[in-house]
Design a protein around this ligand. Structure first.
Ligand SMILES: Cc1cc2nc3c(=O)[nH]c(=O)nc-3n(C[C@H](O)[C@H](O)[C@H](O)COP(=O)(O)OP(=O)(O)OC[C@H]3O[C@@H](n4cnc5c(N)ncnc54)[C@H](O)[C@@H]3O)c2cc1C
Length: 360
């Protein structure tokens, strides 16, 4: 007999799970308080990076690589270009560290990766200063996802597979179904007291000519906690300082980029990409991370209510995994496998961040 599930939250976690379970034959209701892909949700940004490098985190490397295949599947199904394979250049500050660990895992998993001389940056970017770069780790199949569009495409695909989208604010204790999954992003903190820090994160877009992406790739400076990409879809050159920002309320917080973020972005641009030193800002955007102590995600049974699950803790790096994470989550909530302890609600240790070294 087919079972039914109610999923609360149509960000990329909830939407991908709705699509997966609807295809697996479940009856699916998907609640969303706003519109899927709305700009206040973490999944509603203009772009999100997809990379396979995760330091020693081989579970995440495999998940991101599997997600690439599933994003391509979704593109074929919807006829939309959601993943733009621009490549990502990691600016490694030392011979050993996150990038070297990532390289070892990528090679072991058979995922394309190259180690480039710092000067190769001058061919990848219209203007580049290799100062402080020991080597560039180049991921040719990494790139950029059109996030809000991909979220909407996933919800539409879920609806075509039979899921029913309802514009409703769901309250804990008031939703009944065979299985209920709370995939409410940063809202999980207020709903369940989930131990995540909800932080304000600013992104800036600079109006530079000649930086169209591709061919200009995406880039990450892990140790310096900053990343960005060239001008995709004429939105401007993206620069995102990645230090965890101040506490933020996802429903009521003021979405205004801080002068400190602008200063950090400008300082980095002037040093790394000197031609962008005085480039004007086109626009900025503000969104929130829901960060766990160790930056691992959360997929755990509700402590009191059986058949209810908490799914979130994206920690600033969840988007790319959406469809692969949903495959995994579907097998957990349907009882085919036990959830991994690393995603549980118990205490967690601080460890190396799976995003950048921009932890508090
Ligand atoms: C600035 C920024 C940059 C990022 N960069 C990257 C990146 O480059 N690569 C990457 O992989 N990831 C990145 N991330 C992280 C990624 O975007 C998130 O991990 C992911 O989108 C989280 O998805 P989610 O579905 O858990 O949450 P959300 O997308 O926030 O979705 C939660 C949804 O639940 C709804 N909701 C909440 N409460 C209720 C309720 N009671 N009833 C009904 N609906 C409700 C909300 O309206 C919302 O739509 C970034 C995040 C930010 C903020």
């Amino acid at each position: 007999m087919s079972r039914s599930v109610t999923i609360v939250g149509a960000g990329i976690f909830g939407a991908s799970l709705a699509y997966r379970l609807a295809r697996d034959g479940w009856g699916v209701r998907l609640y969303e308080r706003h519109e899927p892909g709305h700009p206040g949700a973490a999944s509603g940004g203009e772009s999100r990076l997809i990379r396979y490098a995760h330091g020693t985190g081989d579970w995440y490397t495999r998940s991101a690589w599997r997600a690439r295949e599933l994003w391509r599947e979704l593109e074929r199904e919807t006829g939309r270009e959601l993943l733009v394979e621009t490549g990502i250049a990691w600016f490694a500050r030392s011979e050993e560290g996150w990038e070297a660990e990532s390289e070892r895992v990528l090679r072991a998993e058979g995922i394309p990766v190259e180690r480039l001389n710092p000067d190769a940056g001058q061919e990848l970017f219209p203007s580049f200063d290799p100062q402080n770069v020991a080597f560039i780790l180049w991921e040719p199949n990494a790139g950029v996802l059109r996030a809000a569009e991909a979220t909407k495409a996933t919800v539409e695909a879920a609806e075509r597979a039979g899921a029913e989208l309802q514009h409703e604010v769901a309250e804990p204790g008031a939703v009944e179904d065979d299985v209920v999954v709370w995939a409410c992003g940063a809202w999980l903190r207020e709903l369940f007291g989930l131990p995540v820090r909800v932080t304000k994160q600013d992104t800036l877009y600079f109006a530079a000519a000649g930086w169209t992406c591709p061919p200009v790739p995406a880039w990450v400076d892990y140790s310096n906690a900053i990343y960005g990409h060239g001008d995709l879809d004429e939105l401007g050159v993206k620069v995102a300082p990645d230090q965890e920002g101040p506490a933020f309320d996802p429903e009521r917080g003021a979405r205004v980029v801080s002068p400190e973020t602008e200063h950090a972005a400008r300082t980095y641009l002037a040093q790394r990409f000197p031609a962008l030193r005085d480039t004007p800002i086109d626009h900025g955007s503000v969104c929130q991370y829901a960060v766990t102590t160790d930056t691992n995600f959360v997929l755990a049974p509700h402590p009191e209510r059986t058949d209810e699950w908490i799914f979130g803790g994206g920690s600033g790096h969840g988007f790319k995994h959406g469809p692969a994470l949903a495959e995994y989550a579907a097998s957990v909530v349907s009882g085919e496998r036990e959830p991994e302890p690393q995603f549980g609600l118990g205490p967690r240790d601080h460890g190396p961040s799976l995003r950048t070294a921009g932890t508090a």
